[in-house]
Every structure is written in C-alpha cells, then in structure tokens.
Design a protein around this ligand. Structure first.
Ligand code: NAD
Length: 436
C-alpha cells in the first residue's frame, strides 16, 4: 500500500519506518528542511533503540522516502497519517493549528479516495474539524479516521510493531477495511484492533495518558507520606503492586513525570473537561503534585549544604525525561538545573543521548561531561535525574575516590539503602530512609 506520513518527528518517523517494514511504500513529509535533508541522506534524526536498523533497511530496499512537499508526499497515497505536533496553547488546550493547516492544504491535493488518519493526540471533536477543513477544497471522496498512538519513547519500535492494542475510531465501513488491512501484520498474535467512533477514540488516548500520570502521581504522594511516617516506599510498592487489580507497573516513585505527552495531555483533558462544564478534580491534583514533585530534592540539597549552594559543584546524571531517549521536553532535570543555578551551584551534567538537545536549551550555563565519572570528578554531590541503566551499578570505589563529598541525591531510587550504608554514602532518595 502507498502511505504518506505528514510530520516526521518521534511518532511520524517511527510510524513511517514501521509501516515500510511491513512492505508498504511510505513517504514521510516534514516542513523542516534540515530534518528532511538529513533523513534523505540516510541519517536518522532521533535516538530510538532499534529504529536505525529498520530505517537503513527500508531506505535501501526502496520503501521509505522523505520530502518537504505535501503534494509530492501524498501522491497516490491511499492512507495519509497526520503525526503533527499538538502543543498546549496559552489556555492549556491542545493547539490544533498544525493539524488543521495541513488538513486545509490537503483538500485540493486529493486526487482519489484516501483515508486521512489523525495520529496526533487531539481533543474530542477534532476528526470532525479535520473533515470540514479537508472538505473545503476536496473534489473526491475521503474519510477521516482517529487512530491515536500509544507508543512509548525508548521502546517505540517494539510498541509499534507489537502493540497491546490498536484503537481505530471510524464509522465508515470503507475506511475500516483499509485500516484492518494496514494493521493486520501488527495484530497477528491476537492483540486486538478496537474499533469505535471517532470521539471515543480521541478520548481513549487522553484517558490512557491521564490515568498513567495519575498512577505515577499517586505513588509519588505515597512516597512523600512514607518519608513523614517512617515507612519504606519500596516495600509498600511491592505489597501494593502484587495485587493483580493494581499491577506492578507505573508504581515507581521519583521526581515526577515529564516528556512531551503526559504533562500536555493531562492539561488538555482538564481543559476539555472545563469546556464541558465538568470539574475533573483528580487531574488538577495530579498537575499540582507533579509540579512540586519535580524539585522535591532541592530542599534536601539546600539543607545539606546549610542553605548555601554558591560555588558547590553538583554532578547531574541523566537529563532526558526518561531513559533510552534523547527527548528532553518537560524533563524534570531541566527544572532542577534551573533551581540549582539560581542557588549559585556549578553544574556538571552527563546524559548518554540527550546532551546535544540540552545544549540547545541550557547553553553554556552548565558544563557537559562525556562520562558520569567526568561529571563526578571533584563534585560536592551527585544528583540523579534519569534512571539510565548505566547509572545503576557504577564503580563505587572509583566514585568514592573522585568525589569531593560522598553524597548522592537520587531522584529515581536506583540504589539499595543497605549497600549505600556499607559504602559510607550520605544518600537521599524518594520515599525512603535518608542514609547519613
Ligand atoms: P514532534 O514535534 O517530534 O514531531 C512533529 C513533526 O511535525 C516535526 O518534525 C515538525 O517539523 C512537523 N511539522 C509541523 N508542521 C508541519 C507541517 N505543516 N507539515 C509537515 N510537518 C510538519 O512530535 P511527536 O512527539 O512526534 O508528536 C506528534 C503527535 O503525536 C503529538 O500530538 C503527540 O502528542 C502525539 N504522540 C506523541 C508520542 C511521543 O511519545 N512522542 C506518543 C504518542 C502520541
């Protein structure tokens, strides 16, 4: 099948590459000339485990193309995906300007029946708006389908190739058939394609992300309470997570959620609720708690240094909003960097994949280190913001010999408390005893 993907970011590039991998011919369209030039020359634009191999193979086999021209990209395409940004507007609602602009441009370019698929995360009612925009210029029949994406950055290829489920919102039997054929190779193991109306599909994505953000936030509040009551959140987590109604996943406390999805999607759902005259109280609480959780360790750091961080060197391990990605959008690390710089600390940062992206935002206000040890050299403390696997078992002997002070502020609970005691560290984590 000939497919076009409009918007070649984290979702668009994974979507395009994975559809090419199952034999389709895919053209990815983006307005970012530099991005398209890089992709055209065979260089990948994001870090996502496993993606580069599929990307190289499908380019070599002539199934994956890139262009800045919408007209060229959608030529002969039976399915056109919109994987465009939907950032929060000033009022918190998802800004649909990118999606609606492309929809309007698409109308006059359609030459034959096509299914236009909203893959972006969009508020309820967007499929109807897209339909109307396309209809302004279209002279042929078309359908607009909602097909929200559930991939997680860091495991996006796996999530896309073997999704738990595929949600498709459409009332058109013709579009349904096309979507069934497209996704057949991805649901061979019996994982379902769940068909529903467009509005329900749109809401499903927000409900899923908001539920997950709530689950993390609930556990963060339990962790905060553990600190006050002298309980251990690791034990509580295990005790709670073994209940099959609750489940083990998404129960790890830390310095809050970030990324390009949870913060904006929770905010957008709260705004949609407000517009519908419904006060979705849990969402307001989730946003409030997460805001303070991100800098939860800062008061401990200040207290440890007697309120004076001026000239103290802090090594920051991990900058991306989660491991296995170079994405730093809404990363808790950035909030902590801001706070620590305000206090006059000197920051030496290290991340395996996202330092180039951080440089674009933070510039030379911090020092960039090639390894976690380079960052820790002569530092007064280590601050852990992201749970990259390579931080889990560092060489503690080496660390102890290069740190000025054996102090770790761990926003991701990487280390065993008894082990840290044995190693002679001062160790602060989330929802657990402080080791002095
Ligand atoms: P992104 O910012 O990485 O990519 C969007 C791309 O669209 C950019 O490359 C941009 O240049 C391009 N673009 C903007 N206007 C364009 C236009 N007129 N024509 C062509 N290209 C244009 O965003 P993303 O993370 O891929 O997210 C896209 C959508 O998918 C959002 O709605 C997001 O909420 C949703 N989503 C994201 C994830 C994720 O993990 N990133 C997961 C599920 C859903």
């Amino acid at each position: 099948m000939k497919i076009a993907v409009v918007g070649t970011g984290y979702v668009g590039l994974v979507t395009g590459t994975c559809f090419a991998e199952t034999g389709n011919t895919v053209t990815c369209v983006d307005i970012d000339q530099a991005k398209v030039d890089k992709l055209k020359s065979g260089r990948i634009t994001i870090y996502e485990p496993g993606l580069e191999q599929l990307f190289d193979r499908n380019i070599k086999q002539g199934r994956l193309f890139f262009t800045t021209s919408l007209e060229e990209g959608i030529k002969d395409a039976k399915i056109i995906f919109l994987a465009l940004p939907t950032p929060p507007g000033a009022d918190g609602a998802a800004d649909l300007k990118y999606v609606l602009k492309v929809a309007e441009d698409l109308g006059p370019l359609l030459k034959d029946y096509a299914v236009i698929v909203d893959k972006s995360t969009v508020p309820v009612g967007t499929a109807e708006k897209v339909q109307k925009k396309i209809a302004l210029g279209a002279k042929v029949e078309f359908d607009v389908v909602s097909n929200p994406e559930f991939l997680r950055e860091g495991v996006a290829v796996d999530d896309f190739m073997k999704p738990d489920r595929v949600v498709v919102g459409t009332n058109s039997p013709k579009a349904r058939k096309v979507m069934e054929a497209l996704y057949a190779p991805f649901v061979r193991q019996g994982n379902p394609i769940i068909f529903m109306d467009e509005r329900s599909a749109e809401l499903t994505k927000y409900a899923a992300n908001s539920f997950l953000a709530t689950k993390i936030t609930f556990m963060n509040e339990i962790a905060n309470l553990c600190e006050l009551l002298g309980a251990d959140v690791d034990s509580v987590r295990k005790g709670v997570g073994t209940d099959s109604r609750i489940g083990k996943r998404f129960l790890f406390p830390g310095i809050g959620y970030g990324g390009s999805c949870f913060p904006k999607d929770v905010q957008a759902l709260a705004k949609s609720s407000e517009d519908a005259n419904y006060e979705f109280k849990i969402l307001t609480a989730v946003m409030d708690v997460n805001e303070t959780q991100k800098t939860r360790l800062i008061p401990h750091i200040k207290k440890y240094f007697n309120g004076n961080l001026k000239g103290k060197t802090i090594a920051i391990w991990g900058l991306s909003f989660k491991p296995h990605t170079d994405d730093i959008r809404e990363a808790p690390s950035l909030y902590n960097i801001d706070e620590l710089l305000k206090e006059g600390a000197i920051l030496k940062v290290h991340d395996p994949e996202s330092m180039d992206n951080v440089k674009k935002v933070v510039g030379d206000k911090v020092q960039y280190s090639h390894t976690p040890y380079e960052a820790a050299q002569d530092a007064d403390a280590i601050f852990i913001a992201t749970e990259w696997p390579e931080f889990r078992t560092p060489d503690f002997d080496k660390l102890s010999s290069i740190l000025k002070n054996k102090v770790i502020f761990d926003g991701r609970n990487l280390y065993d408390l008894n082990f840290m005691k044995e190693q002679g560290y001062v160790y602060y984590s989330i929802g657990r005893e402080v080791i002095h």
